[in-house]
Design a binder for this molecule. Structure first.
Ligand SMILES: Cc1cc2nc3c(=O)[nH]c(=O)nc-3n(C[C@H](O)[C@H](O)[C@H](O)COP(=O)(O)OP(=O)(O)OC[C@H]3O[C@@H](n4cnc5c(N)ncnc54)[C@H](O)[C@@H]3O)c2cc1C
Length: 290
């Protein structure tokens, strides 16, 4: 179905198959999910829309939400608010906090997780948590289906790994048990993108007082997130709580040097906050038990 306006051309398919055919025919058409990123900061009376739009709003297949024992399946068009409404029986506390931190509640009624992961030039708010939780995306085109872990959604130089004829159709989030977790938004504002915006995610597992798994990511809304899997393994096997141990000091020093080398943080105060949160979490992770 196409509404024949001179400009822009708006395609509103009612099935996924139709959407994929349209995307193949019109690869430059801008995909419109909730539109909250696309229309963000448009304060004028007239909207500045791309020349050609492919709206996913009428596609029921993309609006499904399901939970099994081991994972959450989120259709690309399920709104953030609808995922949050599933409540604590379906969502882990970490996931609920991370989703609440994506955009203001009034925007979350329209905003989608699919849209958050598909923004071409930035890793948006959900990226760090989806990265550490090993979420993966179903990506479809008229030529077929492929699954890509969120860790592989961006090239080493930060480009979104999505062909012009492809759509993200589903996000699958493993529902593992973590013994401790932290999700913090650091910066002047709770939402929006400013030079000091930072998102920090930490998850960990313990067994008989020993650290058995640890993951840590930072997002600053650039085209990259910060994660160093080699450094994540440094403390594996350490006895908890780490208190003021030499191991913890060495780990914090290594993180600090790596963040400096990568120039990931813009302000000294961000470094101080990140190191403080890491230090207080790891010195006694049991206070942040899930
Ligand atoms: C006041 C306000 C504050 C906000 N604060 C934040 C914030 O703090 N953090 C944050 O992360 N975001 C924020 N946002 C932006 C936005 O709400 C979220 O990023 C949202 O998750 C985007 O989802 P959407 O469905 O609206 O995406 P859209 O705006 O529809 O699309 C976003 C991009 O993804 C592409 N796209 C969408 N869906 C698909 C798909 N299925 N397949 C392929 N490409 C697709 C679109 O073409 C577009 O480039 C804010 C927005 C507003 C209005």
């Amino acid at each position: 179905m196409q509404y024949n306006l001179t400009e822009p051309s708006i395609y509103m398919p009612t099935s996924l198959a139709e959407a994929l055919v349209l995307k193949e025919r019109h690869p430059t058409a801008t995909v419109y999910a909730g539109g909250t990123y696309l229309l963000w900061n448009q304060a004028g009376r007239l909207l500045n829309l791309p020349g050609s739009i492919l709206s996913l709003q009428n596609i029921k297949e993309l609006n499904r939400l399901g939970r099994t024992e081991t994972r959450l399946d989120v259709g690309a068009m399920v709104s953030i608010q609808r995922i949050l409404r599933a409540g604590p029986k379906v969502l882990s506390p970490l996931l609920a906090t991370a989703l609440e931190g994506i955009c203001p509640p009034s925007v979350a009624t329209m905003a989608t997780l699919g849209g958050n992961l598909s923004v071409p030039d930035r890793c948006m708010a959900s990226f760090p948590v989806m990265h550490v939780l090993d979420a993966r995306c179903e990506i479809r085109s008229s030529k077929g289906t492929r699954w890509v872990p969120v860790t592989g959604l961006r090239s080493p130089t930060g480009e979104l790994q999505l062909e012009p004829i492809e759509l993200i159709t589903r996000i699958q989030i493993p529902m593992e048990e973590w013994n401790f977790h932290i999700h913090r938004r650091i910066g002047s504002f709770s939402y929006g993108i400013t030079a000091d915006s930072l998102i920090l995610v930490i998850v960990g597992k313990t067994y008989r007082g020993m650290l058995t798994e640890f993951r840590f990511a930072l997002g600053n809304f650039s085209s990259h997130i910060y994660r160093n899997r080699d450094l994540e393994t440094l403390l594996i096997g350490a006895r908890l709580p780490l208190g003021k141990s030499k191991d913890l000091k060495a780990f914090l020093y290594a993180i600090q040097e790596d963040l400096k080398n990568q120039k990931f943080l813009s302000y000294h105060v961000q470094m101080e906050r990140v190191l403080y949160i890491l230090q207080s979490t790891l010195s006694n992770p049991f206070q942040y038990s899930a």
